[in-house]
Design a binder for this molecule. Structure first.
Ligand SMILES: *[C@@H]1O[C@H](CO)[C@@H](O)[C@H](O)[C@H]1NC(C)=O
Ligand SMILES: *[C@@H]1O[C@H](CO)[C@@H](O)[C@H](O)[C@H]1NC(C)=O
Ligand SMILES: *[C@@H]1O[C@H](CO)[C@@H](O)[C@H](O)[C@H]1NC(C)=O
Ligand SMILES: *[C@@H]1O[C@H](CO)[C@@H](O)[C@H](O)[C@H]1NC(C)=O
Ligand SMILES: *[C@@H]1O[C@H](CO)[C@@H](O)[C@H](O)[C@H]1NC(C)=O
Ligand SMILES: *[C@@H]1O[C@H](CO)[C@@H](O)[C@H](O)[C@H]1NC(C)=O
Ligand SMILES: *[C@@H]1O[C@H](CO)[C@@H](O)[C@H](O)[C@H]1NC(C)=O
Ligand SMILES: *[C@@H]1O[C@H](CO)[C@@H](O)[C@H](O)[C@H]1NC(C)=O
Ligand SMILES: *[C@@H]1O[C@H](CO)[C@@H](O)[C@H](O)[C@H]1NC(C)=O
Ligand SMILES: *[C@@H]1O[C@H](CO)[C@@H](O)[C@H](O)[C@H]1NC(C)=O
Ligand SMILES: *[C@@H]1O[C@H](CO)[C@@H](O)[C@H](O)[C@H]1NC(C)=O
Ligand SMILES: *[C@@H]1O[C@H](CO)[C@@H](O)[C@H](O)[C@H]1NC(C)=O
Length: 711
C-alpha cells in the first residue's frame, strides 16, 4: 500500500462521484464550468445578474442563456460560474469588464483531549460576552443542526452585526448557536459526510460531557470557543467541491458579517489568480476577516496549500493520545497495530486466511467468519462485504489510526510480513483481535506524516505551512447518517467520531484566532495571524525531518497567543505590493484583487522576502554562498513603555545579524523597523538551513523562524 491510498480512503467518495459528474458533463458539447471573475463590485446603481446575462448573451449570441449560467457572485465580489467551451472561455476573457476566466478546479475535503494538550484547559481566561459576539464561518460539507454540539441552550440572539440568514433547505432549522446556513450543492445544508459537523464543532462546539466513540476517547468534547456562533456554508457534498461552490461560500460569508473563516479543503497549490480560496480569502482579508486553511494531506513536499500570505495555513500534528490495538497470533506472538477498532470479537483463536490484495471479489466461503489478511486498508469494505469476521492489514503511516468498519488493525510492513510467514508455516493459523485502547505518546507533538510539507510552490520566499495544530485522531461531532469509517458497508450511526487530517487541525487554529479576537476585537487579520505564529511553541526538528517545512513557526499556543507583545502587521495595500513584488502582471493582480490597482514604480525593487511576514524565508541559488537581507517592522501591542532585545538561535550553518539589536517603544501601536542579515556557506540542492530570531522584553518572546533554502 502506498502512502496516499490511506488518504484516498478519507476522500474516496468525493473522488468517485467527481468522475461520474465529469463524464456526464462531456455530453454537453464539451462544455466545462468556468469561473468568470469581474473583480470588486462597482459602487452605485448596478445589478450584477443582469450584467452577467448581457455578457453571456453577447458571447453566445442567443437570448436564452439561463441554462449555461450556474451561479452569480454579487455580494462581496463580482463574477459568475458558467458552462462554456474552451473557445468561448477564451473569448469571454477578452470582454470589457471581465478580469479573468479560469477553469473550475476540484477541491477535496481534507476530543477532545487536543485542547488540554495545547495547555488550553477549561480554566483558561475567557470573556464570554466577547466570545458570544464572534461568528465563525465554516466553509465545508454542511452541518448536522440537531447535534448537541450546536444546541443553543443558554445563547442569546445573534450578534447585531449578523446580516446572514438560514437557507439550509427543507427540514433545516438554525438557532441562536448555529445562526446561519447556506447551500450551494445538493438541496440541503444538512451534513451527510460528517466532515463539516466535525470541523464546526472543533472550532466552536458546545461542551459535551461523556462524548466518545464507542467508549473510546471518552471525555468532554468541546470547541475552542464554545460560546461563539457558527454559520455553515455547504460547498462540498459526496460530489466533492469545486471553485464554483467555494467562491459562492466566500461571497456570502463575507457579506454576512462573519469574523473568521475556517476552510478545511484544498486542491494543491496553484497561482493565486486561478485559486478560488486565494481570491475569496483576499476579499475576506480586505474586510478584516482572517481565513484559516488546511495545508493538505498527501505528505509530499512543495504542494502545500494555503500559500498566499493573507491565508493562515495549518499543518497537522499528533497529541499525546495514541490509538493502538493488538493482534495475538496462535503461536503466542503479540503485534501492535494502528486503527480505531471499537469492536470486541467475543471469540478467541479465529481462523486466519490470506485474502491477498482483497481487491477482487473475495471468496465468501473461504473468508466467512475468519480473519482475513488484506494488503491494504482500502479493501476493508470488500472484507466486510464478504462476511469476514475481521481483517489484518498493513500501513506505512505510523502513529495515526483510522476508524475501521469491522474488527481490523493496520500493522507495519515488517509485522504484516511476520503474520504472513506465520500463516504460511502453520497448518491451522489462528489469531485474536483486541479492541483498541489509548496509550500516552510522550513524543507528541510531531508533525503527522500525511501533513503536506513546504517549501511554498508559488512563492518560495514565504514559509508555508504557517503553523501546526492537533490533527491526528480528533474526536468531534459527526453526522449520524454518514458511515463513521467512510466505507459503504459500515452501517453504524454515531454522534461523535474520530477523524484525522489537516482538515481537523485547521478549525483548532481558527478557534484560537477567534479566541485572540475576543480580547482584541480591533486587530487586523495579519496582526492576529502574527500573534498566533510568534507565540507558537517551537517543535523538535529531530522528530520532524522536514523541520520548518513541516510545522512552520511551531505548535499553536492559545494561552500565549492573546498576549504577543509585538506583531508583524500589514498596512493597507501591502498585499497588492506583495503581488507586484512577485512579478505578477497587472492583469493577474487585478484577477486576484478585482481592483484597478497598479504597481507603484518603486515596487519593482521590493523583494517578496521583505513582505512584513512573521517568518523570514529566502530561496537562494544552489552552490552560491548565502547573503540575504530581510526588512521587517513590528508594532507594539504589549506594554506602552518597553524595550525588546534580539536573540538569535542558529545552527552553525548560518550567521545572523540584527540591526538594531534593541527596540525601545514609548507608546502602544508604535512601529519600529529592523534589518536581519543572514550569511552562510553554499547550500546543496533541495536543502535548507534554519535559525530563529526572538525579540524579548523579559515577558513577551516574539519568535520568528528564519529559513534559507534551495529548491
Ligand atoms: C490549566 O492550564 C493552565 C495554563 O496552561 C495551567 O497553569 C493549569 O495548571 C492547568 N490546570 C489544570 C487543571 O490542568
Ligand atoms: C469583555 O468583552 C466586552 C466586549 O468586547 C468588553 O466590553 C468587556 O470590557 C470585556 N470584559 C473584560 C473583563 O475584559
Ligand atoms: C428532519 O430531519 C431529521 C434528521 O434527519 C429527521 O429525523 C426528521 O424525521 C426530519 N423531519 C421531516 C419532517 O422530514
Ligand atoms: C457521564 O458519565 C458518568 C459515569 O458514566 C455519569 O456518572 C454522568 O452522569 C454522565 N454525565 C452526563 C452529563 O451524562
Ligand atoms: C461482543 O459482545 C458485546 C456485548 O455482549 C456485543 O455488544 C458485541 O456486539 C459482540 N461483538 C460481536 C463482534 O459479536
Ligand atoms: C472458495 O473457497 C473454498 C474453501 O476454501 C474452496 O473450496 C473453493 O474452491 C473456493 N472457490 C473458488 C472459486 O476459488
Ligand atoms: C458486495 O458484494 C456484492 C457481491 O459481490 C456486490 O454486488 C456488491 O456491490 C458489494 N457491495 C459493496 C458495498 O461492496
Ligand atoms: C511514532 O511514534 C514513536 C514514538 O511513540 C516514534 O518513535 C516514531 O518515530 C513515530 N513515527 C513517526 C513516523 O512519526
Ligand atoms: C506466503 O506464501 C505466499 C504464497 O502462498 C507467498 O506469495 C508469500 O510471499 C509468502 N509470504 C511469506 C512472508 O512467507
Ligand atoms: C478599471 O478601469 C477601467 C478603465 O478605467 C474601467 O472601465 C473598469 O470598470 C475598472 N474596473 C474596475 C474593477 O474598477
Ligand atoms: C535596512 O536596510 C535597508 C536597505 O539596506 C535600509 O534602507 C534601511 O534603512 C535599513 N533599516 C534599518 C532599520 O536599519
Ligand atoms: C537587553 O540588553 C540590555 C543590554 O545588553 C540589558 O541591559 C537588558 O537587561 C536586556 N533586556 C532583556 C529583557 O533581556
Amino acid at each position: 500500500m502506498t502512502n496516499s491510498s490511506f488518504l484516498l480512503f478519507l476522500h474516496i467518495s468525493a473522488f468517485l462521484i467527481f468522475c461520474i459528474s465529469f463524464s456526464s458533463a462531456a455530453f454537453e458539447e464539451d462544455r466545462k464550468i468556468y469561473i468568470a471573475y469581474l473583480g470588486s463590485l462597482p459602487d452605485g446603481d448596478y445589478t450584477p445578474t443582469s450584467h452577467h446575462f448581457s455578457l453571456l448573451q453577447a458571447l453566445l449570441k442567443q437570448s436564452s442563456v439561463e441554462k449555461y449560467l450556474i451561479r452569480s457572485y454579487r455580494r462581496s465580489f463580482n463574477g459568475f460560474a458558467v458552462k462554456l467551451t474552451d473557445e468561448e472561455a477564451k473569448k469571454l476573457a477578452s470582454f470589457k469588464g471581465v478580469v479573468s476566466v479560469f477553469p473550475n478546479q476540484v477541491y477535496h475535503l481534507q476530543t477532545t483531549r487536543s485542547w488540554d494538550f495545547m495547555g488550553f484547559n477549561q480554566t483558561a481566561k475567557r470573556n464570554a460576552t466577547a466570545e458570544s459576539n464572534v461568528i465563525i464561518g465554516v466553509i465545508d460539507s454542511g452541518i448536522w443542526p440537531e447535534s448537541d454540539s450546536f444546541s443553543d441552550e443558554g445563547f442569546g440572539p445573534p450578534p447585531k452585526k449578523w446580516k446572514g440568514s438560514c437557507n439550509g433547505g427543507k427540514n433545516f432549522t438554525c438557532n441562536n448557536k448555529l445562526i446561519g446556513a447556506q447551500v450551494y450543492i445538493t438541496n440541503s445544508a444538512r451534513d451527510t459526510e460528517g466532515h463539516g459537523s466535525h470541523t464546526a464543532s472543533t472550532a466552536a462546539g458546545n461542551h459535551i460531557q461523556n462524548a466518545s466513540f464507542y467508549g473510546l476517547a471518552e471525555g468532554t468534547a468541546r470547541g475552542g470557543v464554545p460560546s461563539a456562533r457558527i454559520a455553515a456554508y455547504k460547498v462540498c457534498s459526496v460530489d466533492g467541491c469545486t471553485s464554483e461552490t467555494v467562491l459562492a461560500g466566500f461571497d456570502d460569508a463575507i457579506a454576512d458579517g462573519v469574523d473568521l473563516l475556517t476552510v478545511s479543503l484544498g486542491g494543491g497549490s496553484s497561482e493565486f489568480y486561478m485559486d478560488a480560496v486565494a481570491i475569496g480569502a483576499f476579499h475576506a482579508a480586505e474586510k478584516g476577516i482572517l481565513v484559516v486553511q488546511s495545508a493538505g494531506n498527501s505528505g509530499t513536499p512543495q504542494s502545500v496549500g494555503g500559500v498566499a500570505p493573507w491565508i493562515l495555513s495549518v499543518a497537522a500534528s499528533t497529541t499525546d493520545r495514541l490509538f493502538i490495538d493488538r493482534v495475538v497470533l496462535g503461536n503466542g506472538k503479540t503485534l501492535t497495530g494502528f486503527s480505531v477498532n471499537s469492536f470486541s470479537l467475543n471469540r478467541t483463536k479465529v481462523p486466519l486466511v490470506d485474502g491477498r490484495d482483497c481487491f477482487e471479489d473475495l471468496n465468501r466461503t473461504l473468508v466467512k467468519n475468519k480473519i482475513v489478511l488484506c494488503d491494504g486498508m482500502d479493501s476493508l469494505q470488500n472484507a466486510q462485504n464478504a462476511s469476514a469476521l475481521g481483517s489484518v492489514t498493513q500501513t506505512t503511516l505510523q502513529n495515526v489510526s483510522f476508524v475501521v468498519p469491522l474488527p481490523a488493525t493496520a500493522l507495519s510492513t515488517d509485522d504484516y510480513d511476520y503474520v504472513q510467514s506465520y500463516l504460511n508455516s502453520t497448518k491451522q493459523p489462528v489469531a485474536d483481535l483486541l479492541k483498541s485502547e489509548t496509550i500516552e505518546d510522550s513524543w507528541a507533538p510531531i508533525v503527522a506524516e500525511f501533513s503536506l510539507r513546504g517549501p511554498n510552490g508559488i512563492v518560495p520566499d514565504i514559509l508555508k505551512p504557517d503553523i501546526s495544530a492537533p490533527g491526528v485522531d480528533i474526536l468531534a461531532a459527526f453526522s449520524p447518517v454518514a458511515p463513521p469509517s467512510e466505507t459503504e458497508t459500515d452501517k453504524r450511526q454515531v454522534k461523535y467520531n474520530i477523524m484525522s487530517g489537516t482538515s481537523m487541525s485547521c478549525p483548532h487554529v481558527a478557534a484560537v484566532a477567534a479566541y485572540v479576537k475576543t480580547f482584541h476585537p480591533d486587530w487586523s487579520p495579519s496582526a492576529i495571524k502574527s500573534a498566533l505564529m510568534t507565540t507558537a511553541s517551537p517543535m523538535d526538528p529531530s522528530k520532524t525531518p522536514d523541520a520548518e517545512f513541516g510545522y512552520g513557526s511551531g505548535h499553536v499556543n492559545p494561552v500565549k497567543a492573546i498576549n504577543p507583545g509585538l506583531v508583524y502587521d500589514n498596512a493597507e495595500g501591502d498585499n497588492i505590493r506583495f503581488l507586484c513584488s512577485i512579478g505578477y502582471s497587472e492583469k493577474n493582480i487585478r484577477a486576484i484583487s478585482g481592483t484597478n490597482s497598479s504597481c507603484p514604480k518603486s515596487s519593482s525593487k521590493t523583494l517578496p522576502r521583505d513582505f512584513n511576514y512573521p517568518t523570514l524565508t529566502a530561496a537562494v541559488k544552489y552552490g552560491e554562498s548565502v547573503t540575504v537581507n530581510f526588512q521587517r517592522t513590528v508594532t507594539n501591542v504589549g506594554v506602552a513603555t518597553s524595550t525588546y532585545n534580539a536573540t538569535i538561535a542558529s545552527d552553525s550553518k548560518l550567521e545572523v545579524k540584527v540591526i538594531p539589536q534593541v527596540l525601545s517603544f514609548k507608546t502602544l501601536w508604535e512601529k519600529k523597523s529592523f534589518n536581519v542579515t543572514v550569511k552562510g556557506k553554499a547550500l546543496g540542492g533541495m536543502s535548507m538551513a534554519s535559525a530563529s530570531l526572538t525579540w524579548s522584553d523579559g515577558t513577551h518572546n516574539v519568535r520568528s523562524p528564519i529559513v534559507v533554502h534551495t529548491y
